[in-house]
Design a protein around this ligand. Sequence first.
Ligand code: AMP
Ligand code: ZN
Ligand code: ZN
Length: 400
Amino acid sequence: MRKKFILILALILISITVYSQQPPTVILVSFDGFRWDYLHRGITPNLQKIIDNGVHALSLQPSFPSKTFPNHYSIITGMYPQNHGLISNSFYDHVEKDWYGMRRNENEWYLGEPFWQTAQRNGILAASYFWPGSEQDIESRRPKYFKAYNHDEPYLNRIDGVIEWLKYSEDKRPNFITLYFHDTDSYGHEFGPNSPEINESIKRIDSVTAYLISSLKDNKLSDVNLIFVSDHGMTEISRERIINIEEMLSGYNCFFEDSGPLMRITPPSEKLEEVFDLLKKNEKNFTAYKRKDVPKHFNYSNHPFIGDIVLIAEMGWSLADNRALKRMERNYSKGDHGYDNHNTDMHGIFIAYGPKFKSSYKTGTLLNIDIYPLLCKIFEIDPRSNIDGSLDRIEFILND
Ligand code: AMP
Ligand code: ZN
Ligand code: ZN
């Protein structure tokens, strides 16, 4: 009888030890273009419940430029765009003589190490129900389980897919999962950040959150850690505030990349000074920098594909070449992002909830490059040494 009791006790102790050695589970959720202050409109009761029981930062500061691909990749690598290589949603590769774009998955454009790769090198499986950079053409650079981006995939299916992964047997189950929803970005562009339509989108995202929480609960997955982020915010733009840069530089045969909040210009090399002087003379509602002189706080000068000259528009103004101008005149949207990442209209959200995080805890603005070292800390694995993020700036949100 006594032997049996000791045996049972030993078994219980062993299972407790094994269980406590299991890595935690984290779902990193991105609501594209969800501006930090959308949470203060009184229309997000479900996100509010998570805020009340978790960590809520005043805002999440994106990296420059405050666009989708650069920032999702900054979040997942802990690096500034100039260092992880995605200097915009699209750019010209002057070496390969080819355009990078959001559907290009050749790994040579993606520098740094995404967290799913760091995790998997350390024996932790990862999965992605969408994330920029999750479909790279080399297996070791991707999460073990990933989905090819499908803009039209119903939101609830995405959550059901994540729950399916979490129900896999222990040896196959991913412990780190990303999840992505574009809704607030699309409606923010089309109708602007102050429209009734964006409020409907914010409410839709709140319901999606409720479904995620209830699905976790129904499947006895309540010990999962959740981190909700957004890649950037949104600001109102106007047809009345467009500047045609190509017209300003007519006759110089410049190469233009990007439009709207920022533009990169490569003039014929012998014309660089002349072009730059002309831009400086006409510098109104935008600022022109030579690449090497872009102020340090933008961290946007190290990468050769940035081009010779960078123009950053004032908030709400749009820069255009002739082609972009035609597009804007045809179908002008009411909101945009990509501007100075220090302006709070460009800031996103950061909410974290679960056993690893403090509860009912409020803090100031966090930097999105610090999320990668935070994830490494949660899983107790070493971050890459060449990152820009810092654990010291964010560690205090974790439970002691
Ligand atoms: P932006 O032009 O910066 O507003 O980018 C937002 C758009 O990026 C979304 O509406 C999606 O269509 C697209 N997008 C987001 N994630 C991905 C992905 N993983 N693969 C391809 N496109 C994506
Ligand atoms: Zn975005
Ligand atoms: Zn967008």
